[in-house]
Ligand binder design. Structure first.
Ligand code: ADP
Length: 656
């Protein structure tokens, strides 16, 4: 039967019982205390219904008992039946009251049980560890999180009360002492500690617990929670570290900037390089407006709107110039120069400023170029300029005077022409050897044919046919010889020059300048060392320079594809016999098989090489009484050396 069915049956039985008792009590006239049986009715109702129904049933039974008494004894009441009915009514009432309070107790017990289950469910579902301890700190409850996090068994942990396996070994004594002190003082606990998790990892936890007290303030128990705050703690640590790093960086940067600022301002004022600072700040809003209006090609736009360009340029101010610039432009007074409209200070001033506007527009930070400054009283100074942006529309220009450079350039062009001429002359010298070799064969065959011809003509039976053939061959040989000589003549352009005392150190120190382009292309550096007291040598200066140029350009060629350090060392020092010159490099060196071919004419390993350079060098050096030699350095790379006899004081070759 369902619970509902049982309740209906009990109610029905209660109504039937009440009716039966009423019938027996009022109709059957049984002279006994039947009314007492009404007690059973609220009992039956209590099994089926709630508090209200019990009250109703109790009340109804009392009414029925009194009604029966009225019906049976109303006419002749006596003290006996009055007492009986009163007794029955009291008994029914007391039973009803008892049943109601029982009902209430059951409801309270059920509610308690429900809330206990809810509490348990709640305690097990939170991620924190929850615990309860006795006042002196002995833990007697943990929720499931403790077992889940630590991997320990809760009953075991509670039984042993040993917390050391949970704690970070070094921190355990201090932590346990602190919590014990809190328990003893009855104080709140709030501290962080590291808990060993089931994985073996220690994670930071926040333990927070407080005592529960009775009305007298006596501690009954401690309730606490341990929350995992590891991520927050490590994050805070990282933030702290980051802050510390940032602080030191800011401090360092500020110090560096301050230093830089001091250095820059003194650099600006005292530098021998000319500086000018210009403020384009007022043009920035105009450029921004153009950008917003969709202008892409600033130059084209200004070409169509020259008034706007003029307005922009009129807004540019010179904010600072240094003494070096004022001097360069012939001004004694810095303020006089600064006050001039910037566009008037150079031949193409407006163009240079337009370029600066374009630089701003394109978001670039540097601009380089050439211009001619217009100084005081129309003074013209060719300069190389380099503009850098300093932010907020400030531009710093440094200007290098090219007057001196252009003069040097002129000199260099002259020196190179002289070198080329000497080169051709020296080539001729070297050519003579190869020409002699080339002439050898046709001259020998010509001589043989002449002899054969003579014999033919002088013999008893002259052979005109043979003589004609011989003469033809002689003709051919003579033509070849003429051709070879003609070719050689074409190369002759300059004659010999007299020897003079030459300072080899000075000659060597000009190499860097002379070969600048070639050295830059090979990304090679040249180091020239010259021993003190090196005497001059008696030589043809230009030819000697040609030798050095050849050796250093060969070294630069060798370094071109070299992957390591690219250095060329030229050293000049006195030697027993005179002056020694060495040219060494850090290139790949000379292949063993090539060492004895180097000085042969036309020996080359270069794609565009002629193979005459070293031969020319050798013949020049030999012509001056020296000898050119080559070899490989033990640490890698090639060396070339020659020794020339020193000249004595009056320019003659010294005895030794
Ligand atoms: P070219 O430079 O036209 O080749 P050179 O007579 O000057 O003619 O040089 C001949 C060859 O000697 C070069 O092709 C190169 O193989 C070798 N040589 C000369 N100088 C060096 C050097 N410093 N390192 C390695 N090889 C060199």
């Amino acid at each position: 039967m369902t619970a509902n069915g049982t309740r209906v049956a009990l109610r029905t039985a209660a109504v039937a019982l009440a009716a039966m008792v009423f019938w027996c009590d009022s109709i059957a006239e049984i002279d006994a205390s039947i009314a007492i049986l009404y007690l059973l009715v609220p009992m039956l109702v209590a099994g089926a219904g709630g508090e209200g129904e019990i009250r109703l049933a109790t009340g109804a039974c009392i009414v029925l008992a009194l009604l029966s008494w009225c019906l049976v004894h109303g006419a002749a009441p006596d003290s006996g039946n009055v007492l009986r009915v009163l007794f029955a009514c009291v008994a029914i009432g007391v039973t009803g009251a008892l049943l109601v309070s029982h009902q209430r107790l059951t409801a309270v017990r059920e509610a308690l049980e429900t809330s206990r289950r809810e509490m348990e469910h709640f305690a097990d579902s939170v991620p924190q560890i929850l615990w309860r301890s006795r006042p002196e700190g002995q833990i007697d409850f943990f929720n499931r999180a403790y077992a889940d996090l630590t991997g320990r068994s809760i009953p075991d942990a509670i039984a042993t009360q040993d917390w050391t396996p949970d704690l970070y070994p070094e921190e355990a004594p201090a932590f346990l002492a602190h919590t014990q002190a809190c328990f003893e003082a009855g104080a709140d606990i709030r501290t962080m500690y590291r808990l060993r998790h089931a994985s073996g990892q220690y994670r930071w936890m926040l333990i927070s617990a407080r005592p529960v007290r009775d009305a007298n303030g006596q501690v009954l128990a401690y309730y606490g929670s341990n929350t995992d705050v590891h991520d927050q703690v490590t994050m805070q640590e990282q933030v702290r570290e980051l802050n510390a790093t940032l602080e030191t960086l800011v401090a360092e940067r500020t110090a560096a900037l301050t230093k830089e600022q001091v250095r820059n301002s003194s650099l600006f004022e005292l530098s021998s390089i000319s500086f000018a600072e210009m403020d384009f700040g007022a043009t920035l809003p105009i450029l921004e407006g153009l950008r917003r209006a969709g202008v892409r090609d600033l130059r084209a736009y200004f070409a169509d709107h020259p008034d706007e360009l003029a307005r922009c340029l009129s807004l540019v101010r010179t904010t600072r110039v240094n003494t070096a610039l004022a001097k360069l432009m012939g001004y004694a007074d810095l303020a006089e120069l600064a006050a001039k409209p910037p566009a008037e200070n150079a031949e193409d001033g407006p163009e240079v400023q337009l370029q600066q506007l374009e630089m701003i527009y394109a978001g670039e930070t540097t601009l380089n170029g050439h211009t001619v400054l217009i100084g005081k009283d129309g003074l013209r100074v060719p300069v190389y300029f380099s503009v850098s942006t300093l932010g907020d529309g400030l531009h710093l220009s440094s200007l290098v005077d090219l007057t001196e450079r252009e003069r040097i350039e002129e000199l260099r062009r002259g020196a190179q022409a002289e070198l080329a001429r000497a080169n051709r002359a020296a080539t001729l010298g070297a050519y003579s050897a190869s020409i002699a070799h080339e002439l050898n064969q046709p001259v020998a065959s010509l001589l043989m044919d002449a002899r054969t011809g003579l014999r033919t003509l002088q013999g008893d039976a002259p052979n005109p046919e043979l003589a004609a053939r011989v003469l033809d061959r002689i003709n051919q040989a003579a033509q070849r010889i003429a051709a070879i000589i003609a070719r050689a003549r074409d190369t002759i352009v300059a004659g010999d020059r007299p020897a003079e005392p030459v300072d080899l150190c000075a000659l060597a120190s000009e190499l860097r300048e002379l070969l600048e382009r070639q050295l830059r292309a090979a990304r090679a550096t040249i180091e020239v060392t010259c021993a003190e007291g090196t005497p001059p040598v008696l030589a043809d200066r230009v030819n000697l320079q040609q030798v050095l140029v050849n050796l250093v350009s060969n070294a630069a060629d060798a370094l071109r594809d070299s992957s390591g350090v690219r250095r060329i060392l030229v050293s000049v020092q006195p030697e027993a016999d005179g002056v020694e010159v060495r040219v060494e490099d850090t290139g790949p060196g000379i292949a063993e098989a090539h060492l004895d071919k180097l000085f042969q004419p036309f020996f080359t390993t270069k794609a565009g090489g002629i193979g005459m350079g070293l031969q020319i060098c050798r013949s020049i050096v030999e012509g001056m009484g020296g000898r050119l030699e080559a070899g490989n350095r033990p640490e890698g790379g090639a060396w070339f050396r020659f020794v020339l006899v020193a000249a004595d004081e009056d320019g003659a070759i010294s005895a030794g």
